[in-house]
Each structure stands twice: as structure tokens, then as C-alpha cells.
Design a protein around this ligand. Structure first.
Ligand SMILES: N[C@@H](CCC(=O)N[C@@H](CS)C(=O)NCC(=O)O)C(=O)O
Length: 295
């Protein structure tokens, strides 16, 4: 049986395990939109992500995760932000304020956009942030590839929002919540914040979501969201800039050492680069230029 440090043990009700980074804010926004009480437990991402007690909640060692201790004494543990949002909707949104009833066409649309977010928008924009903000050495190809992909995904989102006020209809759902937090972090990721000229429908949707008390409260929990477009843009070149420089330096070092661990075989030998470089040459007798395009 896992022993928790007393202050990290789940309490009766909904426990959100998080840290002031992007994904955990999805859950505080959802909880605040629904007006459900929750206990926020901060996971120290330097020292606790791979602790035995946290891995017993999230075997992937990332935040967020939830533990719901129910009134009857049973509990449910869920990791991955998309699964946590679906859980919160299933357990706490019986009136479908931020979700659609299971099995309806709107439900499948919600699941499609949520899947798009967790498998595409999140990872691609995350890689853009990696190469633009954290890479310990300049990697122009990585920056180019993922920043361009981030713009493509913004374009997909903008087009959908040109047809409907929220992703799946007249009210926001967990799919909007998940997508919003990344769209609202464009400047940090390395794109200009969605503007009325370039991404007009994202800009209007974002402003509409930011006007909602639940979104505003969720963005303050446990501390004001550090990577929002307004905050990052305001601090750029200003006094608060030091915070971001430190986040980047510290993040860069942490990512390098964490990656180093996985760049070795069991015996400690450093792995070679798996590519044979064939992609770098010209193509003989082929049309070329029709790559798969990625995710
Ligand atoms: N696919 C996961 C991603 C979770 C994730 O990467 N969380 C980040 C914070 S936004 C994290 O735990 N970072 C810590 C680290 O990489 O060491 C989800 O949606 O929950």
C-alpha cells in the first residue's frame, strides 16, 4: 500500500493534483465552471512526479490527475487531462452545462474536438514551445516545423469557430476548455496571440470565454496562470520578464537531464541517431515533395 505524505493524501471529494503549468488549468476551469468544490494538491515537478505515491495516481508521472473520494468511501483515480475532463463531466455535470449527453451527435462532436486537442493541438503546440522557449541549443528546423504546425492548427480551430460560437454548439464544453488554454498561450508558444486580423474567430471565442466567471476563477487557481497571452505579452521586456527567463533556463536544464536518461541503453551506452539520413538526399526518379505531413 502506498504511503502519501500527509499533505498530499486525497481528502473526501474531488482532489486535483496539479502545478501552475498548462494542462492542470483545464481542470480548475471545468470545476469552477460547474461550481464544484475541490482540493488542489500541488505536485512538486522537480521532486515528486516520479515519487512512488504520485506514480500510484498517474503512472505517466505528469500533471494533472484526479482522485475522487466519494461519499460512500469508494474512490476513482484518473490521469491524462482529457480523461479527467470526461470524468468531471460524467460525475458532476448531470445538467450538461459544459458537456453533451453521451451518445448524442453533439457528444461525438465534443469527443472529436477533445481528441483533436489532446492528440494534436496540445502536443504540437507543446513542441513549438519546447523548440522556441526551452531547447538548450538552437534547432531552427524544430522551431520552423512546430511553429508552422501550430499555425495550421490555429487555422483549423478558427475555421470551426467561424461556423459555431463554441466548438460544438451554442455553449462551451470540456472541448472548448481544453482547447482554450493552449490557444490562450500562443505568445508563450511562439506565435502572435490570436488577433482579429489573423484569427478573428479564435479571438472572439477567447474573449467570450475570458468573460465567464468560471474561466476567470479557474485561471486564478492555484495561482494566476503564468503563460496567458495577456500576461506574457505584458511582461515582455518588462520587470516580470525575469520570471520567464528563469522558467526557460530552469526548464531547459530539467528537460536536458530528463532526456539524457532515456538516451542511453541499459548498460549506459549512448544511443546513436536512428535516422540513416536518407531523407536528406535528392530523390532519384521520383516526384518527391509529397511527404506525409505528420500528425
Ligand atoms: N497528455 C498529458 C500531458 C501532461 C503534461 O505534459 N503535463 C505537464 C504540465 S502542463 C507536466 O507534467 N510537465 C512536467 C514534466 O514534463 O516534467 C495530459 O494532457 O494530461
Amino acid at each position: 500500500m502506498t504511503t502519501f505524505p500527509p499533505e498530499k493524501a486525497p481528502k473526501p471529494g474531488l482532489n486535483i493534483y496539479g502545478y501552475p503549468a498548462v494542462n492542470p488549468y483545464k481542470l480548475t476551469i471545468a470545476a469552477e465552471e460547474l461550481g464544484i468544490p475541490y482540493n488542489y494538491i500541488t505536485v512538486n515537478i522537480r521532486t515528486e512526479l516520479e515519487s512512488e505515491w504520485y506514480l500510484s495516481i498517474n503512472p505517466n508521472g505528469r500533471v494533472p490527475a484526479i482522485v475522487h473520494v466519494k461519499d460512500d468511501g469508494t474512490s476513482a483515480t484518473v490521469f491524462e487531462s482529457g480523461a479527467c475532463l470526461l470524468y468531471i463531466a460524467a460525475e458532476f455535470d448531470k445538467e450538461h452545462k459544459i458537456s453533451h449527453p453521451v451518445g448524442t451527435p453533439e457528444y461525438w462532436a465534443q469527443l472529436s474536438w477533445l481528441s483533436w486537442q489532446i492528440s494534436g493541438q496540445g502536443p504540437m503546440l507543446g513542441q513549438a514551445a519546447h523548440f522556441n522557449r526551452y531547447a538548450p541549443e538552437p534547432v531552427p528546423y524544430g522551431s520552423w516545423r512546430y511553429t508552422a504546425e501550430a499555425r495550421r492548427l490555429h487555422t483549423v480551430l478558427d475555421k470551426q469557430l467561424s461556423k459555431t460560437p463554441y466548438l460544438t454548439g451554442p455553449h462551451p464544453t470540456i472541448a472548448d476548455i481544453a482547447t482554450f488554454i493552449y490557444a490562450h498561450s500562443s505568445a508563450w508558444i511562439g506565435l502572435p496571440p490570436p488577433s482579429p486580423s489573423e484569427f478573428p474567430h479564435i479571438a472572439t471565442w477567447r474573449d467570450r470565454l475570458l468573460a465567464r466567471p468560471g474561466f476567470r476563477r479557474g485561471l486564478e487557481s492555484p495561482v494566476p496562470y503564468p503563460f496567458s497571452d495577456d500576461r506574457v505579452t505584458r511582461e515582455e521586456g518588462g520587470e516580470g520578464q525575469e520570471f520567464y527567463v528563469n522558467v526557460r533556463r530552469w526548464g531547459s536544464r530539467g528537460i536536458r537531464s530528463a532526456t539524457e536518461r532515456w538516451w542511453r541503453e541499459g548498460g549506459g551506452r549512448v544511443l546513436g541517431v536512428p535516422s540513416d539520413g536518407a531523407n536528406l538526399g535528392g530523390v532519384e526518379g521520383g516526384e518527391g515533395g509529397e511527404g506525409e505531413g505528420g500528425k
